[in-house]
Design a binder for this molecule. Structure first.
Ligand code: NI
Length: 187
């Protein structure tokens, strides 16, 4: 088990588009295991690879600790692509392990269809709604270099400016390890 430091707002890799995974080798499997460990340690429900300094197109989700979602299995999605989004959109509050203590409502499609590879590199299509669809859209955005705070109104962006600057400068107290500087990249 390895808990990796989590990249925070301002870290360059959070703004990079992820690269497609062409083969699932032992390093990729280890990365995915470490992503689950890191997410769990931080009490998160989703984590994208660039949040641990990797440029691979992978995210993990585990919402089984959330009420009413106990039966939802933890899942790793490799090369995820959202192929359908419902017209109906809903407002749900979001947070992000890379933007600690900032929470705000974001409007997104209520349900999605997503294709991805599993760790055996088999392709799957998954329909998700509710919290699962929400987390997957948030994590999918991470892989495009997009953060949920990009999607809120200008007024709200202003409201959180100070908090975000404190995060950038690491003048924050959090219970899980974060990167030491903005150039962090996984070796
Ligand atoms: Ni996030």
């Amino acid at each position: 088990m390895a808990v990796l430091p989590i990249t925070v707002y301002g870290d360059k890799i959070l703004r990079k588009k992820a690269n497609k995974v062409t083969e699932v080798d032992l390093k990729t499997i280890e990365l995915i295991k470490n992503m689950f460990d890191t997410m769990k340690n931080a009490n998160g429900i989703g984590l994208a690879a660039n949040q641990v300094g990797s440029d691979k197109s992978i995210f993990v989700v585990d919402i089984s600790q959330v009420e009413d979602y106990e039966d939802t299995k933890p899942i790793a999605l490799i090369n995820p692509k959202i192929i359908e989004r419902s017209e109906k959109k809903v407002l749900i509050e979001e947070g992000c392990l890379s933007i600690p203590d900032v929470r705000e409502e974001v409007r997104r499609p209520e349900s999605i269809t997503i294709v991805y590879h599993d760790t055996d590199f088999n392709e799957h299509t998954l329909e998700a709604d509710g919290l699962l669809a929400r987390v997957m859209q948030h994590e999918f955005d991470h892989l495009q270099g997009v953060l949920f705070t990009d999607l809120i109104s200008d007024d709200l962006k202003k409201k959180y400016k100070k908090d975000i600057n404190r995060i950038r400068k690491r003048k924050i107290e959090i219970e899980y390890p974060i990167t030491e500087d903005m150039d962090y990249q996984l070796a």
